[in-house]
Design a protein around this ligand. Sequence first.
Ligand SMILES: [Zn+2]
Length: 85
Amino acid sequence: MSTANNPLCNYCNSTKVIKHGKTSTGNPRFRCRSCGKTWVLEKNEPDRPALAEIAEEYLNGKTCRDLVSVYHSSPLRINQKSGSS
Ligand SMILES: [Zn+2]
């Protein structure tokens, strides 16, 4: 049986953690079998840079490819964001 990235308990750091459903936003909820507490594991999404930042770097001569490497976004999406005309 694989233990696929079970987190530690937020409260007692126990590894005896089981999945305990999901929230309405789809974040997994866990329950600790040691202390009995439940908590929600928030999805760790990277902060998205502000559009102004992207546009500024774009104007400063960075190519889409550069921006992709920085922001881990697709060229198409960046074009859509920065091409406002
Ligand atoms: Zn615990």
